[in-house]
Design a protein around this ligand. Structure first.
Ligand SMILES: Cc1cc2nc3c(=O)[nH]c(=O)nc-3n(C[C@H](O)[C@H](O)[C@H](O)COP(=O)(O)OP(=O)(O)OC[C@H]3O[C@@H](n4cnc5c(N)ncnc54)[C@H](O)[C@@H]3O)c2cc1C
Length: 420
């Protein structure tokens, strides 16, 4: 067993240089800190802004965050989601299953604003005195047998080079380090589905702790779940929603690109159910953001000597299984374990890649064709996209459960696996 003490020795300033202060980069910094490995985070933005909207952190990843001591601040800022429910576009219930602790897991499922999650991670990193260098946009990294040197964009101000033992590219879907390692790779691959996302202040829907998926992509699918409780005197919740629609419209992904209700709300105009008035809910939304559903083909390697990739930089995936950030968090735990346990940097990065590349590639490919929401497509296909009398005549409970369980096992959050 090693103890990672070959990192950051000699004249290296940064120990592990982490490029990007998103969910991946901040979790890695906290994870390394917890095992006594020094890191510095280099973030391009001049300030860490709360961008994006809601995400779900499933029990495999929430376990890592809870073990870092973050359960209380996360519970304060999130909803501990208790149920997953699927409906057709006529508002008929297809399937329901318990989630997180309600589903018998040791750790909760957090439904949280991405900005709140990033803030909890950032606060913990500041408390633990982890250096975070804002306004440091990495343009390239050189390396030799002793050290890696990071070069930064000089447009706004002169930023001197920095050195480190290891450089981890946590710089998201448009990663500069991924491009450096794989210059021939093309742009992110558009799935043919565009997403519009927002948040609405609204009274509790169903039990106030459910993740709702309804409809299907060809005519319009919605994902709806609460991310903050009791935000006003009326006890309303902040509710995250995503509308997903097949379309040729493609614009580069950006966490803050504004969108417009006019571009998609028509697809949901008659979604007035006894459990929810979707058009009124959309009309009451605060801000609308637009994202293309994109991913990349899995890479053959993430590592070149002292440089490796992690999170969306390594394995961007379409968000149809609530797993992009979750897999980034698992990467961070794995890389930290490898750096502590292996005798050399080469061995640590090789084991990290061995353990995580194939595992995340499976999730990327499964999300394209067979994620949990495939239940909605199967029911739409079997019913000719019409209302049903009895769901049992369309699909059995066993088949529904087996679709759900199969994804859990591929993404690494089956109960058996987490208990082991
Ligand atoms: C619509 C949508 C819904 C999603 N829902 C879920 C969900 O429910 N559950 C889930 O687990 N995941 C979900 N995801 C995926 C999840 O949001 C991402 O996988 C996750 O945020 C990736 O984190 P990251 O830190 O790797 O990248 P990012 O969050 O993109 O962070 C990258 C960081 O690097 C910085 N950076 C970029 N370039 C440079 C550079 N050259 N130098 C320095 N810094 C740089 C950026 O400014 C940014 O701060 C969803 C994604 C989308 C789009």
């Amino acid at each position: 067993m090693g103890d990672g003490n070959w990192i950051g020795s000699g004249s290296q300033e940064a120990g592990v240089a982490i490029v990007g202060a998103g969910i991946a980069g901040l979790t890695l910094a906290l994870q390394l800190d917890s095992v006594g490995i020094a890191s510095t985070v280099f973030e391009a933005a001049p300030a860490v802004e709360p961008l994006g909207v809601g995400i779900n952190i499933l029990p495999h990843a929430s376990r890592v965050l809870c073990l870092l001591g973050l359960e209380s601040p996360l519970l304060e800022k999130s909803i501990a989601t208790a149920n997953s429910v699927f409906y057709n576009r006529f508002g008929q219930l297809i399937y329901s299953e318990p989630l997180g602790r309600a589903g018998g897991y040791e750790f909760p499922q957090f439904s949280i604003h991405r900005g709140d999650l990033q803030e909890v991670l950032l606060k913990a990193a500041i408390e633990r005195r982890i250096p975070i260098e804002l306004g440091h946009k990495v343009t390239s990294v050189d390396q030799d047998h002793k050290i890696a040197t990071l070069h930064f964009d000089q447009k706004s101000a002169p930023v001197p080079d920095r050195t480190a033992s290891v450089v981890v590219g946590c710089d998201g879907i448009h990663s500069v380090l991924r491009k450096q390692l794989h210059p021939a790779e093309g742009d992110p691959r558009y799935s043919g589905v565009n997403m519009w996302r927002g948040v609405t202040l609204w009274p509790k829907i169903l039990d106030g702790a459910s993740m709702i998926r309804a409809g299907w992509l060809t005519t319009g699918k919605m994902v709806i779940y609460p991310i903050r409780d009791s935000v006003d005197e009326q006890g309303r919740q902040l509710i995250n929603w995503v509308a997903e629609l097949e379309t040729d419209r493609y614009r580069r992904r950006d966490w803050s690109r504004p969108g417009s209700l006019d571009d998609f709300a028509g697809s949901f105009a008659n979604w007035q159910f006894d459990w929810m008035d979707v058009p009124a809910f959309l009309d009451a939304s605060e801000e609308v953001l637009e994202y293309p559903m994109v991913d990349q083909d899995p890479l053959s390697t993430w590592t070149d000597r002292r440089i490796t990739l992690l999170g969306d930089a390594a394995h961007p995936m379409v968000p149809r299984g609530s797993n992009g950030a979750g897999q980034a968090i698992l990467d961070a735990k794995c890389l930290s374990d490898c750096l502590v346990q292996e005798e050399s940097l080469e061995a640590a990065l090789a084991r990290y890649e061995y353990e995580r590349l194939a595992a995340t590639s499976k999730v990327v490919l499964t999300n394209r064709v067979n994620p949990p929401d495939i239940i909605l497509k199967i029911v739409a296909d079997r019913t000719g996209d019409r209302p049903f009398d009895r769901i049992e005549d369309v699909i059995s409970e066993d088949e529904l459960k087996s679709i759900s369980d199969s994804y859990k096992s591929i993404a690494g959050y089956s109960k058996e696996r987490l208990a082991g």
